[in-house]
Design a protein around this ligand. Sequence first.
Ligand SMILES: NC(=O)c1ccc[n+]([C@@H]2O[C@H](COP(=O)([O-])OP(=O)(O)OC[C@H]3O[C@@H](n4cnc5c(N)ncnc54)[C@H](O)[C@@H]3O)[C@@H](O)[C@H]2O)c1
Length: 449
Amino acid sequence: MKISVIGCGYVGLVSGTCLAALGHKIIGVDVDAKRVTALTQGQVPIYEPGLSELILAQAAAGRLRFTTDIAEAIQESQSIFIAVGTPPSRKGGADLSMLFAAVDDVLKYANGPKTLVIKSTVPPGTGEIVAQRVASGPHRIEVVNNPEFLREGTAIQDFMQPDRIVFGANSNGGMEVLREIYQPLIDRGYAIFSMSRQSAELTKFASNAMLAMRISFINELSQLALAIGADIESVRVGIGTDKRIGPSFLKAGVGYGGSCFPKDVAALVHQMREFGLEPHLLSGVEKANAGQKRAYATRLIKALSDIKDPQVAIWGLAFKADTDDMREAPSIEIVHALLAAGIKVRVYDPQAMENARRILDKHVIWADGVDECTRGADAVALITDWSIFITQDWGHIASLMRGRHVFDGRNCLSSSKVLAAGLIYRAIGRPELMPGAGKPGSMGMISAG
Ligand SMILES: NC(=O)c1ccc[n+]([C@@H]2O[C@H](COP(=O)([O-])OP(=O)(O)OC[C@H]3O[C@@H](n4cnc5c(N)ncnc54)[C@H](O)[C@@H]3O)[C@@H](O)[C@H]2O)c1
């Protein structure tokens, strides 16, 4: 099928390229001319493992091209995916201005019947508003919802081997078009769930809210674990092995971030209030997340309070590993809290430095690598669990540092290696470990009273 994808960001690029790999002819459209020029020259503006190679292969096969000419793209296509951003609005809901601008383009340039597939994450009920808006035009435009569940860092695999694909349509015709588009994945046995447009919209929000809730749940408990000397990593395994609970999204850390969880939870909270409903649970999820970031920064500041001209090496800025995405990254708040406390902050991230430069305070010191970031630091604060940080030689790291503190914000480092290098290990919701002192009862061991 000939398909246009409006918006060549993380979702539009990945889904457009994967749809090309499934055999469709894709035109990627973006208002950002620089982005389109780069893509046309084979340069991919975001970091996503495997994406560059797949874009080049699909472009070479003649199934994928990029343009800023939205009129031509719409006129040449039977279906139009909208994958533009839906960032938070000032009032706390979703800002749908980019979505409606794209919808208006479809209405303006449609030269025959089309199917408009909303891929962006939108508040429940948005499809209905879009359907009413396009009904004023001369051509029949079917509006369907097809939420995207990909995760940055594993996006291609998530699209090509999905847990499920959700079709939201309020007509048989719309459902049929979605089936035709995804037939190659249906043939491979991937599960399809067909539902109303409103249900599909709510499924996407509910999915992100549930995952954010699990993270906030374990993070909140991690604060109690630290206070009473329990180990949240043992608790995580202890509850995650219960089949009713499961192990996913129960890793304690510095709080969730990224372009989805914060804004989608906020939008859901906002929408519930608009309907006169009180989001008791979800507003707690937000509060717990804000508290988790604060608690990490506060512990760091306290540990360095007696040091003159303290310096921290921040390892990782992206909101998670394997992406360059800095949107709502916990690092932003943590770095700014440290700077506000008069701490010198040196930062390094393997991919997110360029995006971070646009967001972080000008007083941050930018390092070229792990060594440069760490030299002279009183504390290493790991914020993103990139493998380059996990595999460091701790003897070498200790030799670069001035002080002895290691703050593992993702519970991903080997505490024994850190301790063996003579450093103090502080993690999230785990007992603080001093070099030379025996390790307290860990999973599988019961410490005698
Ligand atoms: N990033 C994720 O991991 C993820 C996962 C699932 C769902 N989503 C949802 O998908 C949507 C897109 O997210 P993203 O991260 O890809 O956003 P993004 O900001 O990376 O990309 C959006 C792109 O759309 C372009 N654009 C904006 N208005 C346009 C218009 N009128 N015409 C053409 N192009 C336009 C922008 O220039 C940008 O390149 C959001 O609703 C998001 O919530 C994101």
